[in-house]
Write a protein that binds this ligand. Structure first.
Ligand SMILES: N[C@@H](CCC(=O)N[C@@H](CS)C(=O)NCC(=O)O)C(=O)O
Length: 209
């Protein structure tokens, strides 16, 4: 196996497994059960010192990497796939990958924390993160108007963003209100590599709006 993937069944973990499937790279899966604090174990910390999944080790080179955005760029580079090599599309893919890493991930994650798991404990936080989630979906919907994929053609930007959109029920989003996102979401859900990658480390059905 070329890539050892340390992961769990969350959006950030699924980004990496979907990317590995899309790139057709050989990989082995090491489940890190974050509900049992396995992310604090020494073996995992040697790969991902921030104690958050996903992490990878490339057995060809010995390189270890944490941070899903960096992992996607590394795999794109290694396989020569899903990252435009030049021109505006390259920078759009980079821009929207950063948008996902800084917004459409952290904000949605906070919405899950306050709205789904700790409802009623902090009204201000619930309202703030649900509102921010709606705003981010509006931005994505506008970006996808007249486009099949975020950067033009399917890229790391879509691989990063899609698994978070798959949690639409958790952050209280009705995809019918974001028709371009819904069309994009359903098209990507049809991809065999996405279906395989979504079921890592264990089988899971893709949520359907
Ligand atoms: N910025 C990181 C975030 C990773 C992250 O938040 N991972 C979560 C699961 S989605 C985790 O491992 N949480 C365990 C913990 O917080 O202890 C990335 O994109 O890789």
């Amino acid at each position: 196996m070329t890539i050892e993937l340390y992961t769990w069944g969350t959006p950030n973990g699924k980004k990496a497994s979907i990317m590995l499937e899309e790139c057709g790279l050989d990989y082995s899966v090491h489940p890190i059960d974050i509900t049992k604090d396995e992310q604090f174990g020494a073996e995992f910390l040697a790969v991902a010192p921030n104690n958050k999944i996903p992490g990878i080790r490339d057995t060809d080179t010995g390189l270890t990497l944490m941070e899903s955005g960096a992992i996607l760029l590394y795999l794109a580079d290694k396989a020569g796939k899903l990252m435009p090599t030049d021109g505006e599309e390259r920078w759009r893919a980079t821009e929207w990958l950063m948008w996902q890493m800084g917004g459409f991930g952290p904000m949605l994650g906070q919405a899950h924390h306050f709205h789904r798991f700790n409802k009623g404990k902090a009204d201000y936080a619930e309202e703030r993160f649900l509102k921010e989630t709606q705003r981010l979906y509006g931005v994505l919907d506008k970006r996808l108007e007249g486009r099949e994929a975020i950067a033009g053609s399917y890229s790391v930007a879509d691989v990063a963003t899609w698994p978070w959109a798959a949690r639409f029920e958790w952050h209280g989003v009705d995809l019918d209100q974001f028709p371009n996102v819904k069309r994009w979401y359903l098209a990507i859900a049809e991809r065999p590599a996405v279906q395989r990658g979504y079921s890592v480390p264990s089988a899971q059905d893709i949520p359907m709006p």
